[in-house]
Design a protein around this ligand. Structure first.
Ligand code: SF4
Ligand code: SF4
Length: 271
């Protein structure tokens, strides 16, 4: 069996990121310790606030007034996406963690160890449409829709609500729907519908860290079946905007054909 080096590392990082979402409100509520605050829409570490770039962009579009502290707060995730790509999605987002966790649980009951087949494969470009529609709707309604209804944000908000008020918001049902969609197509929401994922993928077109394929080695296509985003690393789609640098294909290739590579020169990728 091929060791799942990157997949296991990533799962541990996802778990740590999720535990941070649990521990932060627990510390706020029971110990009145507020050095850490919020969740991954807007997370405070002391005086430093890190804000999701999509929420920042929505606010900017609606208010049309650049607000200095907000612009500074969105810089860390933008910088991360420019360097490493959409790794917030694959390595830290709570929706990604819950999807991975449910996959691992489902796999315990499956006879076949090969990756699940995707029932619906839609055009990858739908992701850009979802991003455009969300921004247009926010502009038209004059309200930051994603702040209220983003599935990754809802996970943090539901945890906070449970710890503070022992109740859950109705919007939490969106999280359940997103996870159920994974049964039809792996990472359906992340592949096609998440505006935050779309924005990070767009910024990540200029990323330095990419999946490199060694063309001198044999090709069997195992990586294409394994890719949770439904792209084909065997055709160099690991270089495209749709790759979120999860490393699953690197783990899967029996010929050692794929690896992460740091590209010094930043050039926009296809997609
Ligand atoms: S696409 Fe959206 S829901 Fe999926 S991992 Fe990225 S931020 Fe989270
Ligand atoms: S190409 Fe590889 S690293 Fe990129 S999303 Fe697919 S499996 Fe993950």
């Amino acid at each position: 069996m091929i060791p799942r080096k990157w997949s296991n590392r990533r799962f541990l990082v996802q778990l740590a990121a999720f535990l941070l979402l649990v521990v932060t409100p627990l510390l706020n509520f029971y110990a009145h310790w507020t050095f850490l605050q919020g969740w991954y829409q807007s997370f405070g570490i002391g005086d430093l606030w890190i804000v999701s770039p999509l929420e920042g962009l929505e606010s900017l579009l609606i208010t049309r007034e650049p607000f200095g502290p907000l612009l500074v707060s969105v810089l860390p995730p933008i910088f991360l996406a420019l360097m490493l790509g959409r790794v917030f999605c694959s390595w830290a987002c709570p929706i990604s963690f819950l999807s991975e966790l449910s996959d691992r649980i489902l796999n315990l009951f499956r006879r076949s160890k090969s990756p699940r087949k995707d029932v619906w494969k839609l055009a990858k470009q739908i992701l850009w449409v979802a991003l455009g529609l969300e921004l247009a709707a926010s502009l038209m309604l004059g309200a930051p829709i994603f702040v209220f209804l983003s599935p990754p944000g809802l996970v943090g908000r539901e945890l906070m609500m449970w710890i503070f008020f022992r109740t859950l918001a109705l919007e939490g049902v969106i999280i359940v729907v997103v996870l159920l969609l994974n049964l039809i197509t792996r990472r359906f929401y992340c592949r096609y519908l998440c505006p935050l994922g779309g924005l990070l993928a767009f910024i990540g077109r200029w990323r330095h860290m990419r999946i490199h394929r060694d063309t001198g080695k044999p090709h069997c296509g195992a990586c294409d079946q394994a890719c949770p985003m439904g792209i084909r690393p065997s055709q160099d789609e690991g270089q495209s905007a749709y790759c979120w640098n999860c490393g699953t294909c690197v783990d899967t290739c029996p010929h050692g054909q794929l690896k992460f590579r740091w590209y010094v020169e930043s050039r926009p990728s296809a997609g």
